[in-house]
Design a protein. Structure first.
Length: 473
């Protein structure tokens, strides 16, 4: 499908949404350049390798949603009508001083919306809300989570989890969940085997956390498989393949490349269901399901009739089935719109880091998907409308002064923005490292303003009523 827009290209801005949690979402002049990482080995982790930014000025690619905005706030909005089986790809480009927009779909053809509007913001909210009609019911109020990643990283231990939970209780910090992140497991895929340094087993944590008054949360990258894992050795036929029949390289992290599960393989789906049921049985009611893009990569699948979007959805459905309807699932590194209805919350930006910006990587290497407070805020704010799809998770605040390069203004900006974005409130600071100022900032960030978010989208900023449904947050 193609449309020609009747407007001077240099008067327009373009809104793009990004493919997955860590991809950049932004509003920019249409004539500007959409960045693409100069390192090809970074493409799988931040982008859809089958629909990368073009790297040409004046040519913008977006998943699910695109908008072109005139200086008066009016313009044009395109939005997918369904994201459960199909990826919808948009491109806006300048050709002969005119603006062309095209839409292609990967998967069974589904309807798309294309609207001309006097108010882009309202139309974006209305069309994306339709896509979100099948979102899971919001769990009121948004959860407040302590997560081990942004201070302990892979060095987390059972004892450090408990020590922080004890300190949080002693200081009456209002966390709902204590979530153990990456580092407890022996390898990607070998989730029930502990790492050498963890000092115990992940199954021993939930009861102790519950005793301290917190729900237990666990990180998994359920679609990834380490090349040296037991899972890869025992079930090589469950791996997504490249066109040469080799296990597909699904990205580079943890000191090397890794593979992904083929979620069209019935045994792999059974294993996923069982994995989620197992950790639920250990007492984890909150699961952070990370690197979910792995199941949606282009590759050769057991069932070639199943497309990428659908394969992804099948894998996520198996995890939901295993975890149970009442488990709280947070998606991360995940194709965004394709997760609607299966997750409760979703990371809507790249990782926060204890520094503001990484200019060398963002600007000079063309990669704004890397960790930094700036990248996290920029992308999560550019996805403001996605609260009708899931609870947004803008990632953690950092209130500590130690082990951080953030200055006072930056720490406060990060904490304040979480309240603006709404959704999950999270922190990762070792509680014992916080001085009085840090504790005060953390308490402020954990406080939910009410209402957290509008829940109905009948707002019209053109002079009519702005209607927020209050209560039930
Ligand atoms: C654990 C972390 C934390 C964090 C997640 C995710 O592109 N990359 O190589 C890349 C690596 C790690 C990463 C994101 C991107 O962080 O967002 O909260 O759980 O995994 O390993």
């Amino acid at each position: 499908m193609n449309w020609t827009i009747d407007a001077a290209p240099n008067t327009l801005r373009v809104l793009v949404s990004g493919y997955q949690s860590w991809s950049e979402a932004e509003l920019r002049p249409l004539t500007a350049l959409q960045a693409v990482p100069l390192m090809p080995w970074r493409h799988e982790q931040g982008h859809d390798p089958a629909f990368l930014p073009s790297g040409e000025a004046g040519r913008w690619r977006s998943h699910t949603l695109i908008a072109l905005v005139r200086p008066d706030g009016g313009g044009w909005v395109g939005c997918a009508g369904d994201a459960t089986r199909t990826f919808t790809h948009w491109e806006a480009r300048i050709e002969d001083q005119a603006v062309q927009v095209s839409c292609t779909q990967e998967g069974p053809e589904v309807p798309v919306f294309w609207e001309t509007t006097t108010d882009v913001i309202t139309t974006v909210e209305a069309l994306t809300a339709r896509l979100g009609e099948h979102m899971r019911a919001r769990t009121p109020p948004p959860l407040r989570v302590w997560c081990s990643w942004y201070s302990y990283y892979r060095e987390i231990t059972l004892e450090a989890m408990l020590e922080n939970a004890r300190h949080a209780r002693a200081k009456s910090l209002t966390f709902d969940v204590f979530q153990l992140d990456d580092g407890f497991q022996s390898d990607l895929g070998d989730w029930t085997l502990p790492s050498a340094h963890f000092g115990g087993h992940a199954r021993d944590l939930p009861a102790a956390l519950n005793d301290l008054g917190f729900a237990a949360g666990l990180w998994l990258a359920p679609f990834l498989v380490g090349p040296s894992s037991r899972l890869a050795a025992e079930h090589p036929n469950w791996l997504l393949r490249d066109p040469h029949g080799q296990p597909l390289l699904a990205g580079h992290n943890w000191g090397g490349p890794y593979h992904a599960l083929d979620t069209t393989h019935p045994e792999a789906l059974d294993w996923l269901r069982e994995l989620a049921a197992t950790v639920r049985g250990w007492g984890y009611t909150y699961l952070k399901l990370d690197f979910l893009y792995g199941a949606a990569l282009p590759g050769v699948r057991h069932d070639p009739a199943v497309g990428r979007a659908q394969a992804y959805r099948m894998g996520l459905q198996a995890l939901r089935d295993g975890a149970g309807e009442d488990a709280f699932l947070l998606g991360c590194g995940a194709p965004l719109a394709s997760s609607i209805g299966l997750v409760d919350a979703m990371r809507t930006g790249p990782d926060v880091a204890p520094f503001w910006d990484d200019e060398s990587r963002r600007v000079w290497l063309g990669d704004a998907t890397g960790p930094s407070a700036r990248n996290a805020l920029h992308t999560a704010l550019s996805r403001w409308y996605q609260h009708t799809w899931y609870q947004p998770d803008p990632d953690v605040i950092i209130a500590r002064r130690e082990l951080s390069l953030l200055d006072t203004a930056e720490r406060h900006a990060l904490a304040g923005m979480l309240d603006v974005i709404g959704g999950l409130r999270a922190s990762s600071d070792p509680i014992a490292l916080l001085d009085e100022e840090g504790l005060a900032l953390l308490r402020t960030a954990l406080h939910l303003s009410a209402p957290d978010r509008p829940t109905t989208l009948t707002s019209s900023f053109g002079g009519a009523v702005t209607h927020f449904q209050r209560g039930r947050f």
